[in-house]
Design a protein around this ligand. Structure first.
Ligand code: SF4
Length: 328
């Protein structure tokens, strides 16, 4: 591991002031420290931001909750108001990693975690995300777990987060602390980016910006929700495919729907066309199947991950069905 300096910031001003070109903010370190040990990341400085006061869960003016960026994943997922108002988010977060990792990992860090593409971790292999211009080992290599949407010839990796799939379905907004001391808001679907010709850049944060909070709107899916995660083993594994589904049904008609997939793209994949199709429809299996067909229509799989298309359709139908049939 390359030597680095460690700075503990007591507040945001100290954190922003300490930031230099090759610095990284340090939350729980559950991903970043691993990457440093593997020599994938090599910052000159770590700025510990775990003492910043971004650790509350408060009500916001949209009738929803604002979740602090420095709260741990466990504190968030197990919070009484999150469990009752956004159980879809709790369910997704509690499916991730292990209890020990969730105790350390922060909400901001969860949004910033990097792909688990094996070529990204293996420094003897080409990887444009780790070393721009070196090539993509996965493009013609082992890519059974890689993207089927939105990739480029430069990178076909997927985003590994479960939390982010639920946040995409819930229509969250990210509040960002800018380096000049002011804040800005980013719609969750615009927070992460597609690889295009800059696969080394995962999101739309500017250098030195911090994730202050995640804003959720008025709860819509506190009764009918499901997070389905399909993985190779039932614990401590990333999703091959995941689906976050939320429904609101009034008088037998769908009045609100939130739908997103994980394990299929460089960012959480919001299924806007399928959502549009379902609005105003009856929550029937036929409509769920049609929504799933719409959702996967533009998938462009590789030979090794063709299975994701059929698996994705089935996962959407199952997640919507489980959400609809949930006993409150
Ligand atoms: Fe690297 Fe992306 Fe290719 Fe994986 S898919 S080897 S992360 S460039």
């Amino acid at each position: 591991m390359k030597p680095f300096t460690y700075t503990s910031a007591k507040n945001k001003d100290q954190a922003l002031q300490a930031f230099t070109e090759n610095s990284h903010y340090l939350g729980g370190g559950t991903n970043l420290v691993d990457l440093m040990k593997e020599n994938v990341e090599h910052p000159d400085q770590l700025i510990d931001v775990t003492n910043l006061d971004y650790k509350t869960i408060t009500s916001n003016d949209k009738g929803g909750l604002t979740l602090g960026g420095m709260l741990s994943n466990s504190e968030t997922a197990n919070h009484k108001d999150v469990r009752t108002k956004y159980p879809l988010l709790s369910m997704a977060m509690l499916s991730a990693a292990t209890a020990q990792i969730r105790n350390m990992a922060t909400n901001g860090g969860n949004l910033l975690q990097r792909t688990r593409c094996p070529y990204f971790f293996e420094t003897s292999m080409p990887c444009n995300k780790r070393e721009p211009g070196s090539g993509c080992g996965a493009l013609k290599g082992m890519n059974a777990q890689h993207a089927i949407f939105g990739y480029s010839d430069n990178c076909i990796a997927t985003n590994p987060s479960d939390m982010c799939v639920a946040l995409a379905a819930l229509g969250a907004t990210v509040e960002v602390q800018k380096t000049d001391g002011s804040s800005r808001m980013i719609d969750f679907t615009d927070f992460h980016r597609l690889p295009e010709d800059r696969p080394e850049v995962d999101n739309n944060l500017m250098p030195g910006e911090l994730i202050k909070a995640i804003h959720l709107t008025e709860p819509k899916f506190s009764e009918k929700y499901y997070y389905l995660k399909i993985r190779e083993r039932s614990s401590y594994a990333f999703a091959l495919i995941s689906v976050a589904a939320g429904l609101q049904v009034k008088s037998g008609t769908i009045t609100q729907v939130g739908l997103a997939m994980g394990g299929v793209a460089h960012k959480p994949w919001k299924l806007s066309k399928a959502e549009e199709f379902l609005m105003g429809k009856k929550p029937t299996r036929e409509n769920f199947e049609e929504a799933a067909k719409i959702a996967l229509k533009d998938a462009k799989p590789f030979e090794a991950n063709k299975y994701k298309v059929e698996m994705g359709k089935n996962a959407i139908v199952r997640a919507l069905t489980q959400a609809n049939e949930r006993e409150v």
